[in-house]
Design a protein around this ligand. Sequence first.
Ligand SMILES: C[S@@+](CC[C@H](N)C(=O)[O-])C[C@H]1O[C@@H](n2cnc3c(N)ncnc32)[C@H](O)[C@@H]1O
Length: 395
Amino acid sequence: MSDAAEGLAALRTAEGEAALTAAREAANGDPLAAAAALRARGHPPHVAAAALTQTDLRARAAGKFGDDAGRMFFTRDGLQQATRGVVAARRAARLAAFSGVRRIADLCCGIGADAIAFARAGLTVHAVDADPVTAQVAAANAELLGLADRIVVACADAASVELAGFDAVFCDPARRSGGRRVFDPGAYSPSWDFLAALPSRLPSTVLKLGPGIDHALIPSLAEAEWVSVSGDVVEAAFWHGPLAEVPRRATVIRGADSGAELTGSGDRLGDVGPVRDVLYDPGGAVVRAHLVAELADRLDATLLDPTIAYLTGDTAVTTPFARAYRIEDVLPFSLKRLRAALRERGVGRVTIKKRGSALVPEQLRRELRLDGPAEATVVLTRIRSRPYALLVSPL
Ligand SMILES: C[S@@+](CC[C@H](N)C(=O)[O-])C[C@H]1O[C@@H](n2cnc3c(N)ncnc32)[C@H](O)[C@@H]1O
């Protein structure tokens, strides 16, 4: 048994429980003092070390898993790669709503975040992970969260799982190598070829992928979804076969809210119009899903430039899919003109946003040499291919 496996096994005993409680009480930011406190209570060094590691990981996991974090076990890599609870719960609820989806295979279960969400949504889960400690952690989590009757965990290679008898298959491949994030699907584990072939084995396939996935890899009949949480695009997912409902979807989740969805074809260009009173900066999930034209329809807005994802409209419509700004001034870009406009307004602090501009905000900020009490937001962009600076204020 590896050290990590032994440490985990030790924590699942009564003595381990006591060590975890002591570690939680001793966790005051000073790891040496905490280790000394555990040793003073008679916990053997390997149990004390495992308890302190878990306590640290549980504290880090609170953002992803809320109250569950304090009861779950983690590995460092497993926590980093795990799906946030709110994202996993949404996906699981959608899957469980398809009639006929009851038994699901989770081929790369990690520490079990998606498997747990599937089980809570009422599905029966066969979860596998190729890494023995990770699989051990997933099994412990299923048990600790009272879901062991719905989740069976095995340590196995995804390729060895026979898919007959399952209604759906989910795979969230490892997108890290040597602790670093991997962007090339060719470096995913299991391989891209294995993932791409899954729908031919079981049509109801869902793949979780990196948000930067190349659109050229989206199969023609699949749905591609991008998900953002509190403004960060956290993943893409391909929904295959009967699970594909629309060509493209942007799912926007803020905090613990239930999320909002924008759907469409993903191949519309959108109309271009003159600069109006309001500027919209669409969120990353909308932009990545190529749904800016669909958003423009909802907001009664038009593009400033055919190739750039800024929209403009007459009145501010409240939307979860974009940030809105009042446009105060529209300046064809010149450093001198921008500096003069900002100085005239007494601006000393400037927030610089940009799309379609090669300017480097930090460098521009230095070159502006501003000094004044007021604050302003400057948007650098192109309008009909020409560079512009827009002075805007958040709405
Ligand atoms: C991104 S993580 C999965 C995270 C999981 N969905 C969660 O939310 O907790 C990917 C996992 O795939 C596992 N893995 C990589 N290659 C595999 C293979 N060929 N078969 C099974 N598991 C594999 C890794 O050990 C890792 O735990």
